[in-house]
Design a protein around this ligand. Structure first.
Ligand SMILES: Cc1cc2nc3c(=O)[nH]c(=O)nc-3n(C[C@H](O)[C@H](O)[C@H](O)COP(=O)(O)OP(=O)(O)OC[C@H]3O[C@@H](n4cnc5c(N)ncnc54)[C@H](O)[C@@H]3O)c2cc1C
Length: 512
């Protein structure tokens, strides 16, 4: 049986990760009469739509959901998961569960490329697999021409359910922050000192904590909206444009291969930072900046064992929350003087075998991840082939990407900074920090970047509407125009809020 798709809607949303979901949520709140169709090429993993896979309790069901997110060629069942195996090898291309790597075209001869370039194809997008770290950007990370950025970030925190205090009781987290603060806080502004990482999590009345996925962003208001429909396993093949205005989308039902046209007054492309420009390219929308200014945050990791703490048991007994992989997360904020974003995670197990026989107490093994801001270059780009297609039949991607001298210097500085932080905490588990290959941060930005004016260096304006294509909006990390080191999703959701409000305003004006 063929599925029935709407012939016409007010708003078509491509992609159901946190950013597509943010459009659906704000429109459900502010334009409840508007008809909205959201399409995702990937399958529905579980109920409610967009749920984080780590909230799926049954391990087999969770593993199935991860595999189902891995695009056209899911990894074999015995693929190692949640491990750093392979990162130190000569050709490191680790795949994280729930994601799939760009199979080819990720590096051009003589360039660094993005060997870690990855995507997720499932309802909820990468937001069904993410760590949920939601720091606010600071200093030069902030977008100078978005005047209401702080209010938008506050709204994004509401949508993602961001909480900086969900794991305040995690064993040793106070001690970790005390040691880091003593070493790193001097000279920092008050709002950029070491603190708990704001995390997108929901703490339930029984103290159970679940991870926010797109389900939390959609919220009850979207799920209860009779004018909202979600279509999994539906590829958007192109957007239709005529007379400088978007007219709708052409969709392909992945279940039976049939194509359908859905007319729409407004189209939001929230298909991740690689596939959003791909869809614009496939639609013949090719502004000069499309796919360019691609940037990923060079990432260096290190692990230590906390010095001078009791081993063998957590410091407090009773019903304290146990350490889980995301708990006890501390934040060393980016500043222009210290231009790194530090994410410090107390682990429930050691990432490397320990020499001594002592079982480490929960929370005493600490992973440090330091992210740098890329030296953004116009020439770093995802380009698309006019002939060759990918496994979805869309233009094949070619990544052009180089680390500049400035990047090499900032990576070296980040390695020093992470060593300093590690020294403050304890004894390193490895001799040297490990710098991941480009792309491993999974924070690709800039490919549909926002600009204040249409001067050829941006794809969309400050409300995310594509220059010269009325009614077409882009969303996701690709919209961020600045070189950020902090995790980008909070900022992208904030920008999505602004775009959704603009559409809600336009719909109200169209009705009057
Ligand atoms: C393991 C992991 C940890 C992470 N940790 C963090 C973190 O701590 N903090 C942080 O800020 N970020 C983190 N991220 C990144 C974060 O998940 C992304 O920034 C976020 O999901 C981006 O949201 P989005 O809606 O823009 O895109 P996505 O979540 O990538 O969703 C895009 C959706 O578009 C769909 N799509 C693509 N093309 C088409 C098409 N043509 N037609 C229909 N549908 C299409 C895809 O199937 C996908 O569902 C992490 C990611 C991973 C995998």
């Amino acid at each position: 049986m063929s599925r029935t798709f709407p012939r016409q809607v007010d708003v078509a949303i491509v992609g159901t990760g946190p950013c597509g979901a943010a459009y659906a949520r704000i429109l459900s709140e502010q334009a409840p009469g508007a008809t909205i169709a959201a399409f995702d090429v990937g399958p529905l993993l579980a109920d409610p739509p967009g749920v984080h896979v780590k909230n799926i309790v049954d391990p087999d069901a969770r593993a199935r959901a991860q595999r189902a997110s891995e695009g056209p060629r899911p990894a074999a069942d015995d693929t190692p998961v949640d491990t750093l195996d392979g990162y130190a090898d000569a050709a490191p291309r680790l795949v994280r569960p729930g994601t799939f790597l760009l199979p080819d075209g990720y590096r051009q001869p003589g360039e660094d490329g993005l060997p870690g370039a990855a995507m997720s194809s499932n309802v909820g997008g990468m937001g069904a697999h993410w760590t949920g770290a939601c720091p606010r950007p600071g200093g030069s990370e902030r977008i100078p021409f978005v005047n209401d950025l702080d209010e938008l970030l506050t709204e994004a925190e509401r949508l993602l359910h961001v909480d900086a205090h969900a794991f305040d009781d995690a064993p040793f987290s106070g001690e970790v922050r005390k040691r880091l603060g003593a070493a790193l806080d001097p000279g920092r502004p008050d709002d950029r000192r070491v603190g708990p990482m704001p995390l997108a999590v929901v703490t339930h009345s029984d103290r159970r904590v679940t991870w926010s996925g797109a389900d939390v962003v959609f919220g009850d208001v979207t799920r209860a909206n009779p004018n909202f429909e979600l279509f999994p396993e539906t590829l958007v093949a192109r957007a239709l444009v005529a007379d400088g205005r978007v007219q709708g989308v052409v969709i392909r039902d992945q279940r039976d291969g049939t194509e359908h046209e859905v007319r729409a007054h407004h189209v939001v492309v929230a298909a991740d930072a690689l596939r959003t420009p791909q869809l614009l390219w496939a639609s013949g929308i090719r502004p000069a900046a499309l796919g360019r200014y691609l940037n990923d945050q060079p990432q260096t990791v290190f692990a230590v064992r906390l010095r001078d703490v009791a081993s063998g048991a957590a410091p407090t007994g009773g019903d304290e929350p146990a350490i889980v992989p995301q708990s006890g997360v501390s934040w060393v904020p980016f500043t222009d003087a210290e231009p790194f974003h530090g994410q410090v995670m107390q682990l429930d197990a050691s990432p490397v075998p320990l020499a001594d026989a002592d079982e480490p107490a929960p929370g005493t093994i600490v992973g440090l991840g330091w992210f740098c801001a890329k030296d953004v270059q116009e020439s770093d780009r995802v380009a698309f082939d006019d002939v060759e297609v990918d496994a979805y039949g869309l233009p094949a991607m070619r990544i052009h990407y180089r680390l500049t001298e400035t990047d090499h210097a900032s990576i070296a500085a980040a390695r020093d900074a992470v060593r300093r932080a590690a020294d403050a905490l304890g004894d390193p588990l490895d001799a040297e920090p490990l710098t991941f290959p480009p792309g491993a941060s999974l924070h690709y930005q800039g490919t549909v970047r926002m600009g204040e004016t249409d001067d050829g260096t941006s794809v969309c304006g400050p409300n995310s509407e594509v220059w010269n294509v009325a009614g077409l909006y882009v969303a996701g990390n690709g919209v961020i125009p600045t070189a950020t080191a902090c995790n980008p999703t909070l900022t992208s959701v904030a920008l999505a809020v602004a775009g959704a409000r603009t559409i809600a305003g336009a719909l109200a004006a169209e009705r009057n």
